[in-house]
Design a protein around this ligand. Structure first.
Ligand code: FAD
Ligand code: SF4
Ligand code: SF4
Length: 471
């Protein structure tokens, strides 16, 4: 009973050529056994570890009693996307980090249990019959961006009786959950299901609509929206800025993953948008985006895939679980290494010149600063390179609204309740924090929804703003 119940996974040799989900989820018996490990702590510090404050002991108690639908209802009170969060939340840094069980052993597998409940509901189709659209007469709210921040904000507001419209620039909703995180970590049927439940509850989603171009914030005011939430994310890729980086065969992770996940490159020729990968792929970076890119390259047919990272494995920001999965699948790690030049032939990448690094004192991120070692340059041969060194806030919408206060890194500046410098305009998620996590973005969306509710309930309205037109 003290041992955490392990979630079964597909074997590496089976999964490296498939986009099928790697982790297989608990059976009912496994979920009940794991739920019984929860100590039902009175103060429940795990709840404080969750940015949307899921009532963790309560939903776990209900699993232990086999009341799975009641458990799902408890989670849904504060979390619109339990199937997503159960899969991709960095639980080891959030709820599970705070779990009392973790002090003397392994924490309760809160994420795996949340996933179990969401999958159980999906299998039973319970919500289809139960969810109804409540009257929407409290006011009209426009949400810009359909990533986790926007979806979470919408989920809260619709429950409180607002008319909610999400405007999304891409042709499908979900943000990074759709175009960034690959199917083998987050199956699209799970995402589709959770978004469809929001739509069933009354959330209107308008795709192919770029706010800042198709409509401005001023247009939204004239269309009668009483408040606006901006959740446009951090989809602006950073580059290495080294010679040769524009060569053919060099991708930003953003392009590489979007072409694979959103445009279904891995199903070429059924979908006519292939991504070319060669025999040897290098991926620069050490976060989740880098791990996803490396594992995608392997599945697209690369024989040898390298993660190239300038610090050591200890400093890697990627989830431990995903680093382990990558290793099991045969991804190799070239650590304490910094690329300095892309080597090319006929305009195409043929290799990478790198320099060895050592670690110095901690920098502003708290991690030890990488320092180049003199005369340590070396080259590796590569025919594909994916640059996954981070993304910045999406600049398009903020650049059209001079009144909107912007931070040094291009992020939208908000106060503690998510309010921007324009009354009635709120923001949350990566556009505020810079690239972070799904659950932090959802926490930002939820907090802003509460502030929007207070704003509209007190009779206030967004009354428009000066716009620099981008049309
Ligand atoms: P996004 O998800 O970026 O959504 C923003 C949406 O706004 C997009 O759909 C975009 O098209 C739309 N948009 C932008 N501008 C406009 C406009 N002007 N008008 C209309 N729509 C607009 N986090 C985790 O917790 N766990 C993980 O395992 C994890 N893995 C990741 C893997 C990858 C490859 C990436 C890229 C990120 C990962 N993250 C992970 C981070 C996480 O996905 C993000 O922090 C989160 O998605 C941010 O949510 P958001 O709603 O703020 O923005
Ligand atoms: Fe933990 Fe994420 Fe679930 Fe919150 S939403 S309880 S952080 S898995
Ligand atoms: Fe259960 Fe851990 Fe939360 Fe205690 S801290 S209630 S053991 S999940």
């Amino acid at each position: 009973m003290k041992e955490r119940v392990r979630m079964p996974k597909r074997p590496p040799e089976e999964r490296i050529r498939s986009f099928e989900e790697v982790a297989l989820g608990y059976t009912e018996e496994e979920a009940v056994r794991e739920a019984k490990r929860c100590l039902q702590c009175k103060k429940a510090p795990c709840i404080q570890g969750c940015p949307v404050e899921v009532n963790i002991p309560e939903f776990i108690r209900l699993i232990a009693e086999r009341k799975f639908i009641s458990a799902w209802k408890v989670i849904k009170e504060t979390n619109s996307l339990p199937g997503v969060c159960g899969r991709v939340c960095p639980q080891e840094m959030q709820c599970e980090k705070a779990c009392v069980r973790g002090k003397k052993g392994e924490p309760v597998a809160i994420g795996a249990l949340e996933r179990f409940v969401a999958d159980w509901e999906m299998k039973e189709g319970y919500a289809e019959k139960e969810i109804s659209s409540p009257p929407r007469n409290k006011g009209k709210v426009a949400i810009v961006g359909s990533g986790p921040a926007g979806l979470s904000c919408a989920g809260e507001l619709i429950r409180w009786g607002y008319k909610v419209t999400i405007f999304e620039s891409l042709h499908e909703p979900g943000g990074v959950l759709r175009y960034g995180i690959p199917e083998f970590r987050l199956p699209r049927k799970v995402l589709d299901r959770e978004i469809s439940l929001l739509a069933k509850a009354g959330v209107e989603i308008i795709t192919d609509c770029l706010i800042g171009k198709t409509y401005t914030l001023q247009d939204l005011s004239e269309m009668g929206y009483h408040a606006i939430f901006i959740g446009t994310g951090a989809g602006y890729p950073y580059f290495l800025n080294i010679p040769g980086e524009t060569a053919s065969g060099v991708y930003s992770a953003n392009e590489f993953l979007t072409r694979t996940n959103l445009m279904k490159a891995y199903r070429f020729p059924e979908y006519d948008t292939p991504v070319e990968v060669g025999e040897k792929t290098g991926v620069v970076g050490g976060g989740n985006v880098a791990m996803d890119s490396a594992r995608v390259a392997l599945r697209l047919g690369s024989k040898e895939v390298w993660i190239i990272y300038r610090r050591t494995e200890k400093e890697m920001p990627a989830r431990r679980e995903e680093v382990e999965n990558a290793k099991e699948e045969g991804i190799k790690f070239l650590l304490l290494t910094q690329p300095v030049e892309v080597l090319t032939e006929g305009g195409k990448i043929k290799g990478l010149k790198c320099i060895k690094m050592k670690l110095g004192e901690p920098d502003e991120s708290g991690r030890r600063r990488p320092i180049p070692i003199e005369n340590s340059q070396f080259t590796i041969s590569l025919d594909t390179l994916v640059v996954a060194i981070g993304q910045g806030p999406n600049p398009l919408l903020p650049s059209t609204v001079p009144q909107l206060k912007i931070g040094e890194k291009g992020n939208i500046v908000v106060d503690e309740e998510g309010s921007t410098s324009i009354p009635g305009v709120y923001a949350g998620g990566d556009i505020v924090t810079g690239a972070a996590t799904v659950i932090e973005a959802m926490g930002g969306g939820r907090k802003a929804a509460q502030a929007i509710h207070r704003f509209i309930s007190s009779g206030k309205r967004f009354t428009g703003c000066y716009i620099i037109s981008k049309r």
